[in-house]
Design a protein around this ligand. Structure first.
Ligand code: C2E
Ligand code: SIN
Ligand code: SIN
Ligand code: FE
Ligand code: FE
Length: 401
């Protein structure tokens, strides 16, 4: 990589740009952009901040050294701090000036610079940030949408400093990446608007609930698929699709009457039977199956209330007639894996939340319930995957409130 010629690297950037324009999910896209930017300079770590309400919000982090030390998953992905767009921080300064900035050692900043280095991440994680290359993410209309930081470039595992070529290459790449990022943000906002429409009908399905279920689902899937030795490429591609599909698990509730959806207190058996139809209505919304995303979203909507032991709903549908009738519950691996994962993510979140018909549960009782339903309501391997990344799950719960 290091001995590649500049022209070759520019060629790489064009190929990667073509590639990243196919990624839909914003987090998958940030993951890929950061990975590629780090590759140009063989950098140990990096992060991306996106502009939200005139602040920079810390949106994505990668760190090879920390990830090697802690195999349980990257909970720093879900840290939630924000910084002002002003001269007081490195990232804020770059967002304000819209110019790339190279720093050789952040612990030896001169008196002439207005910014200070925020040591809180290093302190929290026992990491030593030395060299930082900070690049503004600017769209073609000269709008600043965020900042990317590439940290600690290495040569044969020695940490070195960034040179001018690094700065130029990464800046060029960032200008391409910014366009893709802006597009992915628009896609996400459109989907969130659709979810908000459903939410206006069902006060339980808040944006935060939906965000949490999406994030839990991809992290459980990641852990499950790594154990199954699926390839990294396959996992990344599926995570791209899964987050959004999981967020849409209950969109079928838009077909349920207000009287039932907004009922205060317990549902009668008849009302609950009608409520169960939300799985089928949801599946029908994606029945075109025009893409893999639609297919997986449909599978999740239909099957997220099936149970591993076969006692869930709607079961195997009779598709011979125009009117669906519920059949025997699907069992074990008859239930698609994405639905088995969302089933756990959804119930974990529902138990924590207060509903008109129940109080919120304590963390201890939620975890006890999940353990006791391992092999009954839930796929045991999915439960194991969930517990093996519980630190990440907690970080997600604290981020989306
Ligand atoms: P939800 O409130 O988001 O709950 C999702 C799933 O979490 C439930 O699916 C169930 O598996 C689990 N869950 C929620 N609360 C409890 C609980 O207190 N104990 C246990 N063991 N599990 C719990 P389920 O039962 O198929 O319900 C689907 C949806 O139907 C619920 O979504 C909610 O919107 C509605 N619903 C269910 N029962 C009632 C009720 O008695 N009153 C009202 N108003 N709505 C209900
Ligand atoms: C990621 O989500 O891409 C980071 C991998 C992990 O879950 O630890
Ligand atoms: C900053 O830009 O000051 C924050 C840098 C970091 O914590 O990585
Ligand atoms: Fe549901
Ligand atoms: Fe839900």
């Amino acid at each position: 990589m290091e001995i590649k010629l500049l022209g070759e690297k520019v060629g790489d950037i064009l190929a990667i740009t073509e590639d990243i324009n196919h990624i839909r999910d914003i987090d998958s896209l940030l993951d890929r952009v950061l990975l590629e930017a780090r590759k140009f300079t063989n950098a140990d770590a990096g992060s991306i901040y996106l502009v939200k309400n005139n602040y920079l919000s810390f949106d994505y982090v990668q760190n090879d050294t920390l990830m090697k030390a802690d195999q349980s998953g990257n909970h720093f992905l879900y840290s939630k701090f924000k910084i002002k767009i002003d001269e007081n921080s490195i990232a804020g300064y770059v967002a304000k000036t819209k110019l790339p900035l190279v720093i050789n050692d952040v612990y030896k900043l001169g008196n002439e610079v207005p910014y200070v280095f925020n040591q809180s991440f290093d302190k929290q994680s026992n990491y030593r940030t030395i060299a930082i290359l900070t690049i503004p993410l600017i769209t073609s209309r000269d709008k600043i949408i965020g900042v990317m930081q590439i940290i600690n470039p290495k040569k044969k595992s020695e940490i070195i400093t960034f040179n001018n070529t690094d700065k130029q290459l990464v800046t060029y790449f960032a200008s391409q990446a910014a366009v893709a990022i802006e597009r992915a943000i628009m896609t996400r906002d459109t989907i969130l608007r659709m979810i908000r429409m459903a939410e206006m009908r069902d006060p339980k399905e808040t944006g935060a609930h939906v965000n949490r279920v999406g994030a839990y689902a991809i992290e459980i899937y990641n852990s499950w698929a790594v154990k199954k030795k699926h390839t990294i490429d396959e996992i990344k591609k599926k995570k791209d699709i899964l987050r959004i599909a999981a967020m849409l698990h209950d969109v079928g509730k838009i077909g349920i009457s207000d009287l039932i959806l907004r009922k205060n207190g317990k549902l009668t058996e008849g009302e609950f039977n009608e409520m169960k139809m939300h799985t089928i209505y949801g599946m029908e919304l994606f029945s075109e199956k025009s893409s893999e995303s639609d297919e997986i979203a449909g599978e999740i909507a239909l099957n997220h209330h099936e149970k591993w032991d076969g006692t869930g709903y709607p079961g195997i549908l009779n598709t011979n007639s125009d009117i669906y009738s519920f059949g025997r519950g699907k069992k074990g691996e008859e239930i698609p894996i994405y639905a088995r994962i969302v089933a756990l993510a959804d119930v974990y979140d529902a138990l924590f939340s207060k509903r008109s018909y129940k109080d919120s549960w304590s963390e201890a009782s939620v975890l006890e319930y999940i353990k006791s339903e391992r092999n009954k309501q839930f796929d045991p391997e999915v439960v194991d995957a969930f517990f093996s990344i519980y630190k990440v799950i907690t970080a997600i719960r604290e981020k989306y409130i």
